[in-house]
Write a protein that binds this ligand. Sequence first.
Ligand SMILES: [Zn+2]
Length: 239
Amino acid sequence: MNKITISDITIDVVRKEIKNLHLSVNPPDGKIKIASPLRIDDEAIRLFAISKISWIRKQQNKFENQARQSARGYVLGESHYLKGRRYLLNIIEEDNLKGSQIVVSNKHINLYVRNGVSVEQKKKYFIEWYRKELKHEIPVLVDKWQKKIGVELNGWQVRQMKTKWGSCNIENKTILINLELAKKPIICLVYIIVHELVHLLERYHNDRFIDLMNKYLPNWRFLREELNSFPISHGEWTY
Ligand SMILES: [Zn+2]
């Protein structure tokens, strides 16, 4: 991989066996990448990037806005998500409470904590809670889809990951699932589990992989769209 710089913008360039130049701005921080066909030289790539500079700046602004919005203060009335539903945060402070308790009601996520607990601590309680919620859902889904697909995992884990919704270690037959999925509709979790399980049959995202996804989860493209609707941005131009 090499880099090109245009004014204050650094772009990673990756050359591979593709037909067209492909420009993308990627989460979580708006890193810019150009995938280029092997035959195209640096100067042509630079010119291509310059011609897209206003689009790049616009996408980067979107990422900045998103980052600002997603910074959580864990204050009363703030929006938080669970399984694709939005709730308002309610904080109930009690004097002698050890740890925390989170109770979901119709419109609210009620966080019970001791008086004066820090934002960092509240964040930790939330992460713990999301992990618990996700760990409650995963076993049933893994069990169901293993049987359907005819594979068997040795194990799975929930992880906080910045750029991936899930991953599969084919040798160990284990999968990692992004903690963020706790906030998304369950069907998105299904999509990631099925995707990772299908990797046990096919390592690469090739035609065979797509055929298998079409077979087991015909609406997977829609679910992928749903999952990546933000903040991933893509643009493609013919060179
Ligand atoms: Zn994959």
